[in-house]
Design a protein around this ligand. Structure first.
Ligand SMILES: O=C(O)CCC(=O)C(=O)O
Length: 287
């Protein structure tokens, strides 16, 4: 497959570890195009945040009323700094074409069925920007219909230990088999772990479970494609470097067409403050 390894190998790694890194997957022209698109989207997100702060209009209201623009979320400790923006495919048709040309096929091959985009996001992680608590993405998606998801992470900027790269729980399956009480429920035979529901860490896996994980940092460069499923526990530290660490995430679900994407974003625009949209994310909207 695709310049790196066989699709069978990628599928095996996904089913055993919940994630796989396809090193050198993207060509130089693909990474250049991604960076240019990201620069454009980051600056648009910054404009939206600035104008929202200037006008005193909450970002939630902006998302609800401006249905075709990027959805922007500010950092918890700095309301003038972008933490994350979403609705990239909806806002930028060039990014949508880039996704279709560069990753849709490999995601469907890795999943073994046709996959369509469910949601997207870019985490800006500016210098000093917040880390993400240990979580499974399914905790954020469980209120929507799809039961399985495959996320493609795009390293717009190289992700390192210093700037807060993703960390995955390498021994996840062993911990679950040794501690059945860690599981809240099984979803199509995948374990959803118990997570915090009511406090400032909404979505974080309970400490006594996440502390038994062997966290493996996964550094990645712009040419690398990281795929992970929505049950793979992951986290990331805050950015201790002097430069931003942008990472984009495009989450796919089984199916074809844009319906799942439109449904997700209609719900998000209507209920921006709902904690399910801020799982383990360093924003002030965590309940
Ligand atoms: O961007 C990061 O460092 C972590 C991203 C993440 O886990 C998430 O957005 O759910």
């Amino acid at each position: 497959m695709h310049r790196v390894q066989s699709i069978e190998e990628a599928r095996t790694q996904l089913s055993v570890k919940g994630f796989v890194v396809l090193r050198g997957f993207f060509s130089a022209s693909e990474t250049r195009a991604l960076r240019e698109l990201s620069d454009e989207m980051s600056s648009e997100a910054q404009c939206i945040l600035r104008s929202s702060c200037g006008a005193g209009t909450p970002l939630s209201e902006r998302a609800r009323t401006n249905k075709t623009e990027l959805i922007v979320v500010a950092e918890r400790h700095d309301p003038e700094r972008v933490c994350r923006y979403e609705y990239m495919l909806g806002w930028c048709s060039t990014f949508k074409s880039w996704v279709q040309a560069s990753i849709s096929e490999v995601v469907s091959e890795a999943a073994g069925c046709d996959m369509t985009v469910f949601k997207d996001k870019t985490n800006e992680k500016s210098p000093g920007g917040g880390g993400f608590g240990p979580h499974q993405d399914f905790a954020a998606y469980m209120h929507f219909q799809p039961r399985s998801h495959l996320t493609a992470m795009l390293s717009v900027d190289s992700a390192t230990r210093e700037n807060g790269c993703l960390e995955f729980a390498a021994n996840f399956n062993r911990v679950v088999s040794e501690d059945p009480l860690a599981v809240l429920e099984y979803v199509q035979s995948q374990p959803l772990l118990k997570f915090k529901a009511d406090d400032a860490c909404h979505g974080d896996i309970l400490d006594e479970i996440s502390q038994s994980f062997a966290w493996t940092p996964v550094e990645s460069k712009a040419a690398d494609l990281v795929l992970f499923d929505s049950f793979a526990p992951h986290r990331s530290a805050c950015n201790r470097s002097r430069y931003p660490r942008r990472a984009s995430f495009v989450t796919f679900v089984p199916g074809i067409g844009d319906e799942e994407y439109e449904r997700y974003y209609a719900e998000k625009r209507a209920n921006y403050d709902d904690p399910k949209f801020h799982v383990s994310t360093p924003t002030s909207y965590r309940s």
